[in-house]
Design a protein around this ligand. Structure first.
Ligand SMILES: Nc1ncnc2c1ncn2[C@@H]1O[C@H](COP(=O)(O)OP(=O)(O)O)[C@@H](O)[C@H]1O
Ligand SMILES: [Mg+2]
Length: 308
């Protein structure tokens, strides 16, 4: 159970039912200041419901949401930025006017709002569309405007629900660069995704949920390093005797190469050195599990929360 002071945003033991269906079951989420947390899991896992609870759209049946060590208030939430999964922009309003209007609602003066809107449109590659109505934009462009709308008031905490779904690689790049700037400037970011491997480069830490329960959480590099699913691949035929005494196990070997499963505490360089003492190696790789493999390892099979 996290303490309210463990992060800037702390979700503590949140449970929620829709009718008799338990969709969140004691979920904890800790988001430290200046960090990126990915809330990952299949469709139907409960990600959107959790974000709505964070924003006070839904009242949880149990548990609470803390901001900077105390129960979060409507005033806190008004300073955060939220990009909901069902996007909501005024289709007939012009892009720049829309952003200025939202920024003004958040208390920026006209001049600051206009500057901020221009700056964001520039960075999102939309400067030449500032005078277009939203309905004239492609889906990917509208989604970038939606991101601009969520962060036009320079929120400390940015919460993005499935920001990457349906985007082409260029739009993903623009979006990623802008949210990383937000974090580099000291902002905090939580985003959700059901496409686990698309977001690998963006997450420092993850919380994975399935069927309303947290199944895995922590720092991505640590989770990968400590996974029992790490391998060393070398282009030499390894003899099992070379690995005696090392936390490593030969999985396959022939004249084309070998695959060695690394133990949880194994140092891949030490294992590689043991092999190099007996064979010439021109090529090698440490293979760590992808986020979706980590997820499948954590749940031990198919996701139960998936809508099939
Ligand atoms: N307003 C609602 N009323 C009833 N059931 C809902 C409602 N919103 C979501 N659900 C159900 O709650 C579960 C979690 O949904 P959701 O939070 O949208 O998951 P995710 O965002 O991870 O895909 C799903 O089974 C979904 O059908
Ligand atoms: Mg969702």
């Amino acid at each position: 159970m996290p303490a309210p002071s463990d992060g800037a945003l702390v979700v503590d033991g949140v449970s929620h039912r829709f009718g008799d269906r338990l969709v969140l079951d004691g979920v904890d989420l800790v988001v430290p200041s200046g960090r990126v947390i990915g809330l990952l899991g299949p469709n139907g896992a409960g990600k959107t419901t959790l974000m709505r609870i964070v924003f006070g759209v839904i009242e949880p049946d149990a548990g609470g949401v803390w901001w900077r060590g105390r129960a979060s208030t409507g005033e806190d939430r008004s300073r955060w930025g939220y990009m909901p999964q069902e996007r909501g922009l005024y289709r007939e309003m012009r892009v720049h006017d829309q952003l200025v209007w939202i920024a003004r609602l958040h208390g920026l003066d006209r001049c600051a709002a206009a500057d901020r809107a221009d700056d964001l449109l520039e960075r999102l590659g939309l400067a030449d569309r500032r005078g277009d109505q939203v309905q004239k934009l492609s889906g990917g462009m509208a989604q970038r405007v939606q991101l601009a709308a969520a962060m036009v008031h320079q929120p400390e905490l940015l919460v993005l629900d499935e920001p990457f779904s349906g985007l082409d690689p260029t739009a993903v790049e623009f979006l990623t660069a802008v949210v990383l700037d937000h974090v580099a400037a000291g902002g905090t970011l939580v985003f959700s995704s059901h496409q686990l491997d698309l977001v690998e480069g963006l997450c420092e830490s993850i919380t994975m949920i399935d069927a309303g329960r947290v199944v895995l959480e922590g720092d991505v590099a640590t989770l990968k390093r400590e996974s029992p699913d790490r391998h060393l691949r070398v282009d030499a035929e390894v003899d099992p005797a070379w690995l005696v005494g090392l936390p490593a196990e030969l999985e396959s070997a022939d004249h084309r190469g070998s695959r060695v499963r690394l133990g949880v505490d194994a140092d891949p360089v030490e294992v590689l050195d043991a092999i190099r003492r007996r064979a010439v190696i021109a090529d090698f790789a440490v293979e760590t599990p992808s986020l979706s493999e980590l997820f499948l390892d954590a749940i031990g099979g198919a996701p139960v929360g998936a809508e099939r």
